[in-house]
Design a protein around this ligand. Structure first.
Ligand SMILES: Nc1ncnc2c1ncn2[C@@H]1O[C@H](COP(=O)(O)OP(=O)(O)OP(=O)(O)O)[C@@H](O)[C@H]1O
Ligand SMILES: [Mg+2]
Length: 462
């Protein structure tokens, strides 16, 4: 079987890898699959073969002895009719993925390479070559600020890729996701990876502003426009100029403002409150919501035309429970931050505690995880966060989340007090029937006795 490229010849694939054994393995495997393979062991050779061999697809290791793979990628994608480039790297981190996608990589395969994944990617790239009209846009080199978004699951990698692509253009983006999933972080990442990163990034929470003042916040007002408008004030759209404005909780904006926002998105123009004069702004709009906007449209609570205008590109940030594989990494990241911010020296978290965290459903997502770890770190004296600290905090969070729909905002109470409270509660509920209490708490009788003594709870008979 022969894999064909344009003109029905075998599709030519250039493999660039400085490691002879891995190069050979890929060469043999892909030749057997019917590709016409050419190989290069460094960046210089890659660029020479790019001209001489005219490959349809390049499989590029980002770590090469003579050049950085991202630089090679940019060089390749800077050419007319550039081939698709599949990036291979051992560092499957966010920065590399974002950079690679931003500079127009077709796909991203982490080491150790799954050859089936690689072949599937090559096949898709070849297919696209047959029909394609032009490659992805390649931006000039930019320095990045670091906005860490931690994650290595498939779901997050997709998001990094999308950020890379969207940071290269100015389309309106709708970011959807539950509370605390990192929507604002994603919006910032798009901005700070864009050519406009030195322009302002302004976030405004549409749900947190007093009724009637939101319009003036967004579009500004003239002196005397309403009682209390003692001077002219510029709105966020004006202040953002060529930067990005994040309209957080977009589902909360009232109908008449929806119309004005729609007008801005269509014409890039708005008026200050109390003025007829149209003002132009180039601000990029990113909207975020934890509501189901499509459902709100159906219920007539959100303008359909605005919904489509906002939803030109969309990112759905998954809840933490759907990517629990990221929890250990995020825990480690947060603990490092806490060590720095609280001057702590946490070195470890007990295995059982981590397992409990991976199992929990985190309705408040990463913000809730941050809250619980902050409490835990504050009440940890040594270098290890113990399960006996984490367990009551999570139990307390479960209660708060159910009773008050308090999405991860349980107050930080000392775990000891939380546990004492829990034991007292169980004693009362079960009328001091120790057998039932032990069962309710999932505790053995000696443990219960010990804890009651420790917390100074006097014994009573049922
Ligand atoms: N992937 C991640 N890696 C590291 N930190 C994260 C990640 N996602 C979110 N965070 C952190 O979690 C907190 C909540 O994130 P963010 O404010 O972006 O969420 P949100 O979706 O905008 O929440 P809300 O709906 O409540 O506005 C922030 O402190 C943020 O830094
Ligand atoms: Mg937010």
């Amino acid at each position: 079987m022969t894999k064909t490229g344009p003109g029905h010849k075998a599709a030519r694939v250039l493999i660039v890898d400085d490691e002879p054994s891995s190069l050979e393995l890929l060469e043999v495997y892909l030749s057997e699959k019917g590709y016409d393979i050419v190989c290069a062991v460094n960046g210089k050779e890659c660029l020479r073969l790019l001209d001489e061999a005219d490959p349809q697809v390049i499989v590029l290791d980002v770590r090469l002895p003579d050049m950085n793979g991202i630089d090679i990628l940019r060089e390749i994608k800077g050419r007319k009719n550039a081939p698709h480039v599949i990036i291979i790297t051992a560092f499957h981190d966010m920065e590399t993925t974002i950079r690679a996608m931003k500079f127009g990589a077709f796909e991203y395969i982490p080491k150790p390479i799954d050859v089936d994944d690689l072949e599937a990617a090559i096949e898709r790239a070849v297919d696209l070559t047959k029909t394609r009209t032009g490659g992805l846009r390649v931006g000039p080199e930019r320095e990045f600020e670091k906005w860490d978004i931690i994650g290595k699951t498939k779901e997050m990698k997709e998001i990094f890729k999308t950020i890379g692509i969207l940071s290269g253009n100015r389309v309106t983006v709708l970011i959807e996701g539950e509370t605390g999933t990192g929507k604002e972080l994603v919006a910032r990442a798009i901005h700070y990876h864009s050519p406009y990163k030195n322009e302002p990034f302004i976030a405004i929470n549409c749900g947190a502003i007093v009724d009637g003042l939101l319009e003036s916040e967004l579009f500004g007002h003239e002196k005397g426009a309403f009682t209390g408008a003692i001077a002219m004030k510029k709105g966020k759209f004006e202040l953002a100029s060529n930067g990005t404005i994040l309209l957080d909780e977009i589902g909360e904006i009232p109908m008449e403002l929806q119309t004005k926002l729609l007008r801005f998105l269509q014409q890039k123009e708005f008026q200050r409150v109390g003025s007829e004069r149209s003002i132009h702004s180039n601000a990029r709009v990113i909207a975020a919501t934890n509501r189901d906007l499509a459902a709100m449209v159906k219920e007539g609570r959100f303008r359909e035309d605005l919904f489509y205008r906002l939803n030109v590109a969309s990112i759905k940030v998954p809840p933490l429970r759907d990517r629990s594989g990221d929890i250990p990494l995020i825990v480690e990241y947060i603990l490092k931050k806490l060590n720095r911010d609280l001057g702590k020296g946490i070195e470890q978290i007990e295995k059982k505690a981590l397992a409990r965290m991976v199992d929990y459903s985190w309705p408040g997502n990463i913000r809730e995880l941050e809250n619980i770890l902050t409490c835990a770190a504050m009440y940890t004296q040594g270098v290890v966060i113990l399960d006996s600290v984490i367990n009551p905090l999570i139990e307390e969070a479960k209660k708060t989340n159910i009773s008050a729909a308090g999405k991860g905002n349980a107050p930080c109470r000392e775990p000891v007090l939380v546990e004492k409270d829990r034991i007292l509660g169980a004693l009362e509920e079960n009328h001091w029937h120790y057998g039932k209490v032990c069962k309710a708490l999932g505790m053995s009788r000696p443990t219960l006795n010990k804890k009651m003594k420790q917390y100074g709870i006097p014994k009573k008979s049922s």
